[in-house]
Write a new protein. Structure first.
Length: 133
Protein backbone atom coordinates (compact mmCIF):
# COMPACT_ATOMS: atom_id res chain seq x y z
CA UNK A 1 0.00 0.00 0.00
CA UNK A 2 1.30 3.45 -0.88
CA UNK A 3 2.47 5.74 1.88
CA UNK A 4 -0.03 8.40 2.91
CA UNK A 5 1.02 11.96 2.21
CA UNK A 6 0.81 14.71 4.79
CA UNK A 7 -1.90 17.31 4.17
CA UNK A 8 -0.98 20.80 5.35
CA UNK A 9 -3.08 23.94 5.51
CA UNK A 10 -1.53 27.15 4.24
CA UNK A 11 -2.09 30.47 6.00
CA UNK A 12 -4.32 31.54 3.12
CA UNK A 13 -6.47 28.41 3.45
CA UNK A 14 -6.89 29.13 7.16
CA UNK A 15 -7.88 32.76 6.36
CA UNK A 16 -10.40 31.49 3.82
CA UNK A 17 -11.92 29.20 6.46
CA UNK A 18 -12.12 32.08 8.95
CA UNK A 19 -13.86 34.23 6.32
CA UNK A 20 -16.32 31.43 5.54
CA UNK A 21 -17.02 30.93 9.25
CA UNK A 22 -17.60 34.66 9.75
CA UNK A 23 -19.94 34.80 6.74
CA UNK A 24 -21.95 31.74 7.78
CA UNK A 25 -22.17 32.87 11.40
CA UNK A 26 -23.39 36.30 10.24
CA UNK A 27 -25.93 34.56 8.03
CA UNK A 28 -27.08 32.63 11.11
CA UNK A 29 -25.93 29.31 9.65
CA UNK A 30 -23.07 28.21 11.92
CA UNK A 31 -24.14 24.59 11.43
CA UNK A 32 -23.17 24.93 7.76
CA UNK A 33 -19.62 25.81 8.80
CA UNK A 34 -19.55 22.83 11.17
CA UNK A 35 -20.63 20.64 8.24
CA UNK A 36 -17.85 22.07 6.08
CA UNK A 37 -15.23 21.33 8.73
CA UNK A 38 -16.62 17.81 9.20
CA UNK A 39 -16.42 17.21 5.44
CA UNK A 40 -12.84 18.53 5.28
CA UNK A 41 -11.66 16.41 8.20
CA UNK A 42 -13.73 13.31 7.48
CA UNK A 43 -13.58 13.10 3.69
CA UNK A 44 -11.40 15.62 1.86
CA UNK A 45 -8.18 15.35 3.87
CA UNK A 46 -8.26 11.53 4.16
CA UNK A 47 -8.95 11.26 0.41
CA UNK A 48 -6.05 13.57 -0.47
CA UNK A 49 -3.71 11.72 1.89
CA UNK A 50 -4.31 8.52 -0.06
CA UNK A 51 -5.13 9.81 -3.55
CA UNK A 52 -3.47 13.21 -4.06
CA UNK A 53 -4.07 13.19 -7.82
CA UNK A 54 -7.82 12.72 -7.53
CA UNK A 55 -8.70 16.39 -8.08
CA UNK A 56 -9.05 17.83 -11.54
CA UNK A 57 -6.00 19.67 -12.93
CA UNK A 58 -6.63 23.38 -12.40
CA UNK A 59 -4.73 24.54 -15.47
CA UNK A 60 -6.72 22.32 -17.86
CA UNK A 61 -9.72 24.63 -17.71
CA UNK A 62 -11.09 26.01 -20.93
CA UNK A 63 -10.41 29.72 -21.30
CA UNK A 64 -12.55 32.10 -23.26
CA UNK A 65 -10.44 35.21 -23.71
CA UNK A 66 -7.00 36.34 -24.79
CA UNK A 67 -6.42 37.83 -21.34
CA UNK A 68 -7.23 34.53 -19.61
CA UNK A 69 -5.00 32.63 -22.05
CA UNK A 70 -2.10 35.00 -21.34
CA UNK A 71 -2.65 34.79 -17.58
CA UNK A 72 -2.77 30.99 -17.76
CA UNK A 73 0.50 30.87 -19.74
CA UNK A 74 2.17 33.18 -17.19
CA UNK A 75 0.92 31.06 -14.29
CA UNK A 76 2.20 27.87 -15.97
CA UNK A 77 5.65 29.45 -16.35
CA UNK A 78 5.74 30.47 -12.67
CA UNK A 79 4.54 27.07 -11.49
CA UNK A 80 7.48 25.34 -13.19
CA UNK A 81 9.68 26.75 -10.41
CA UNK A 82 7.84 24.83 -7.66
CA UNK A 83 5.97 21.99 -9.33
CA UNK A 84 7.60 19.23 -11.32
CA UNK A 85 4.33 18.89 -13.21
CA UNK A 86 2.01 21.92 -13.62
CA UNK A 87 -0.91 19.49 -13.47
CA UNK A 88 0.01 19.12 -9.78
CA UNK A 89 -2.07 22.23 -9.13
CA UNK A 90 -5.51 20.71 -8.67
CA UNK A 91 -9.06 21.38 -7.57
CA UNK A 92 -11.01 19.12 -5.25
CA UNK A 93 -14.72 19.59 -5.90
CA UNK A 94 -16.99 19.43 -2.85
CA UNK A 95 -20.77 19.89 -2.71
CA UNK A 96 -20.60 23.68 -2.27
CA UNK A 97 -16.90 24.46 -2.21
CA UNK A 98 -13.76 24.09 -4.31
CA UNK A 99 -10.39 23.41 -2.71
CA UNK A 100 -7.25 24.45 -4.58
CA UNK A 101 -4.27 22.29 -3.63
CA UNK A 102 -0.83 21.26 -4.80
CA UNK A 103 1.40 18.26 -4.14
CA UNK A 104 4.91 19.48 -3.29
CA UNK A 105 7.76 17.52 -1.71
CA UNK A 106 5.62 14.67 -0.37
CA UNK A 107 3.02 17.02 1.07
CA UNK A 108 -0.39 18.10 -0.11
CA UNK A 109 -0.76 21.82 0.49
CA UNK A 110 -4.30 23.14 0.75
CA UNK A 111 -3.93 26.56 -0.85
CA UNK A 112 -7.42 27.98 -0.98
CA UNK A 113 -11.08 27.20 -0.48
CA UNK A 114 -13.94 29.06 -2.08
CA UNK A 115 -17.64 28.69 -2.66
CA UNK A 116 -18.67 27.53 -6.14
CA UNK A 117 -20.31 30.90 -6.76
CA UNK A 118 -17.07 32.82 -6.36
CA UNK A 119 -15.56 33.66 -9.72
CA UNK A 120 -11.96 32.54 -9.33
CA UNK A 121 -9.08 31.85 -6.98
CA UNK A 122 -7.10 34.94 -5.97
CA UNK A 123 -3.49 33.79 -6.42
CA UNK A 124 -2.05 37.11 -5.26
CA UNK A 125 -3.98 37.02 -1.98
CA UNK A 126 -2.52 33.73 -0.85
CA UNK A 127 0.99 34.35 -2.05
CA UNK A 128 1.18 31.68 -4.75
CA UNK A 129 2.30 34.01 -7.50
CA UNK A 130 4.55 35.97 -5.10
CA UNK A 131 6.36 32.84 -4.03
CA UNK A 132 6.63 31.75 -7.65
CA UNK A 133 8.24 34.97 -8.94
Amino acid sequence: MAKKLVVKLTANFERNLADIEQFLTGAEAPQAFDGLVDELLGTVIPNLERFPSMGRPFLNRAVGSVEATNALMALRAKLKAVLANPDGLREYVMDHFLVLYAQIDGNVLLLSIKHHRQLSFDFEAHGVSKSLS
